[in-house]
Design a protein around this ligand. Structure first.
Ligand code: PSU
Ligand code: MN
Length: 305
């Protein structure tokens, strides 16, 4: 039997020719952003990657076929169809068996992207250790996936709804490198600075590309390239604090659990901030797509030498 993973022609050609490719995830399209902004943003993120000279490959599952690179009709389907499942890595074999559609999280996107040979991936914010994980054991599979998969994820840190220090500790335990892009402060997704420091920063795209190249060379799994929004683009910290406490309170009151937690909190943020968090979330995703594309271009140049 052939592999069930389908790589879009344009993406396969770029990979074969040593070109730059950036993977994008689809959970944020189906579950992270409201309609119709989700489709618009998915298309804008692809356009941003192209503008920087790389080929975008949005990852998702269509009718049981895991795809690295989706067409516009497929993006539309994941954006507008009701009940598209959120797929982490462990869900992929079951979605394939059932012929189901699915939106891939950071974990599942990284896994499929790596199988196709894509090494840069842009998202908004990585999943991580949830607040209260001491009791709930809710730690995103994104972290374990990065420990074993040679993909560099460009993200604005981890979502601020998480326990950020515990997430950084867990990444350390798992052996996942974390470097700030031109900063030694770990970003807090909606906020420029999470309050946590970092040991490493990358000076420019070329240095980042050398680190990504070294991942495969040394066989050390994936890495996180943390790319903060500039301060003038962040969510007002007071508004952030208010939205966060209301969201966390709602979680407890409504008994939300498991994979519903992240989408629930993101939508609470939108309500509490009058849509401002949505605008910030879009800026984050586009900012990361652009940086990932520039690093992918630098990596292609480095490896073409
Ligand atoms: N970042 C966003 N919006 C999202 C997510 C990340 O800006 O919707 C998604 C990603 O797909 C990430 C997932 O992998 O949330 C984490 O979910 P969980 O905590 O259930 O692992
Ligand atoms: Mn979880």
């Amino acid at each position: 039997m052939r592999s069930s993973v389908e790589v879009r022609e344009e993406v396969a050609e770029a990979l074969e020719g040593g070109g730059a490719v950036v993977a994008l995830e689809s959970t944020l399209i189906s579950h992270g952003l409201p309609r119709p902004d989700n489709l618009a943003l998915a298309l804008e993120a692809e356009a941003a990657v192209r503008e920087e000279g790389a080929v975008p490959a949005t990852v998702g599952v269509i009718g049981g076929v895991p795809k690295v690179g989706l067409g516009e009709g497929e993006l539309k389907l994941l954006a507008f169809e009701d009940g598209v499942p959120k797929l982490s890595t462990r869900d992929l074999p079951l979605a394939v068996a059932k012929g189901s559609h699915g939106a891939t999280t950071v974990a599942a996107t990284a896994s499929l992207a790596a199988r196709a040979g894509v090494r840069l991936f842009a998202t908004g914010g990585l999943g991580g250790v949830h607040r209260g994980a001491r009791d709930s054991w809710d730690v995103s599979a994104d972290l374990a996936e990065l420990a074993r998969t040679p993909v560099a994820v460009v993200s604005a840190g981890v979502k601020s709804i998480l326990d950020v220090p515990a997430t950084l500790e867990t990444l350390e335990t798992l052996g996942v490198p974390v470097a700030g892009f031109r900063t030694l402060r770990f970003p807090g997704f909606y906020l420029t600075d999470s309050g946590c420091g970092l040991d490493w920063s990358l000076a420019d795209e070329e240095e980042a590309a050398r680190a990504v190249h070294a991942l495969v060379d040394l066989g050390t799994g994936g890495m996180v390239i943390a790319n903060p929004l500039p301060e003038e683009g962040q969510l007002d910290p007071a508004l952030h604090e208010k939205a966060l406490s209301s969201g966390l309170e709602g979680l407890g009151r409504e008994g939300v659990r498991g994979k519903e937690v992240t989408p629930f909190l993101l939508s609470r943020f939108r309500e509490e901030t009058g849509g401002e968090s949505l605008e910030v979330n879009k800026r984050i995703i586009l900012n990361n797509a652009r940086l990932a594309a520039r690093i992918a271009v630098a990596l292609a140049a480095l490896e073409g030498e």
